[in-house]
Design a protein. Structure first.
Ligand SMILES: C[S@@+](CC[C@H](N)C(=O)[O-])C[C@H]1O[C@@H](n2cnc3c(N)ncnc32)[C@H](O)[C@@H]1O
Length: 259
């Protein structure tokens, strides 16, 4: 998957991430946005980078939310769905964005941007002790024979790296002045009962990169699940929480980054 492919998908199908994950639920009834919001301080302004349709705003409160995204199409969906949420068009890597914020969030987006650049910028926006919280999809192959793994294998996505693979995170975060305080994985039940559900899930995998026979086989994987009485598929998501160390415990920090 390339960055241009990501931009093209969001221009063609704005709101797709929220449409897929808004109805997804973990065993406690939370969707991935509610799960991400649990890492945030209860008060103070929050910057939502790569906000898309601003789905996170409803779990933060419009009064303390600022979202930015580079896609006009996504921002149009955000304005229509959440007119009270403050959003603007900006490139997360270059735009002038004021602050300070108690938290910076990247819902399903940290894997799209160079990590060192994001950490370097987040340092300038966050208060000492501020939080950088992110969710990312999982593409790493596991041995488990789950429908999700079969779907990835069918689409040729098993182990396919994102632009930013996010390995060795604790050390890389520490080099930029952040402490890794939480790194977890959770499965969310994504509906696949209807043809519309299944197409939405398949579209979210950036299908232009796939051959027609792979897509057909992937549809069959989902249909077999439904035929077996399973109307949802377990969709694994990683949640990452980083805390900006205060100047007292910061020490020398590598902010040179390779960006
Ligand atoms: C997978 S979507 C996630 C959207 C939203 N955060 C959510 O979880 O519903 C990724 C978003 O990142 C945005 N994006 C990608 N690169 C960006 C950049 N450099 N600056 C700002 N937004 C960017 C895309 O336009 C898209 O809306």
């Amino acid at each position: 998957m390339t960055r241009p492919a990501v931009s093209a998908l969001h221009a063609r199908r704005p709101g797709i991430t929220e449409d897929l994950l808004g109805p997804a639920r973990d065993e406690r009834g939370r969707n991935p946005y509610a799960w991400l919001a649990e890492l945030l301080p209860p008060t103070g302004p929050v910057l939502d980078l790569c906000c898309g349709s601003a789905a996170l705003a409803q779990h933060i409160g419009a009064g303390r939310y600022r979202g930015v995204d580079s896609s006009v199409e996504e921002l149009a969906v955000a304005a229509a769905r959440r007119p009270a949420a403050v959003t603007s068009r900006a490139d997360a890597l270059t735009a002038e964005i004021g602050g300070p914020f108690v938290a910076v969030t990247l819902s399903m987006a940290l894997m799209l941007l160079p990590l060192q650049a994001v950490l370097h910028r987040a340092r300038s926006w966050l208060v000492p002790g501020g939080v950088l919280a992110a969710t990312v999809p999982m593409r790493e192959p596991t041995l488990a024979d789950t429908a999700y793994n079969r779907l990835l294998a069918t689409l040729g996505w098993c182990g396919e790296p994102f632009p930013e693979p996010l390995g060795a995170l604790a050390g890389r975060a520490a080099a930029s002045g952040f402490a890794l305080h939480s790194d977890e994985m959770r499965c969310f039940a994504v509906p696949i009962a209807t043809p519309a559900n299944r197409e939405l899930l398949l579209r979210s995998f950036y299908l232009p990169d796939q051959r027609a026979d792979q897509v057909t086989t992937a549809r069959d994987v989902l249909l077999e699940e439904v035929a077996a009485g399973r109307p949802t598929i377990g969709y694994p998501i990683r949640r990452i929480g980083l805390r900006l160390r205060s100047t007292a415990d910061l020490g020398p920090v590598n902010v040179s980054g390779e960006f």
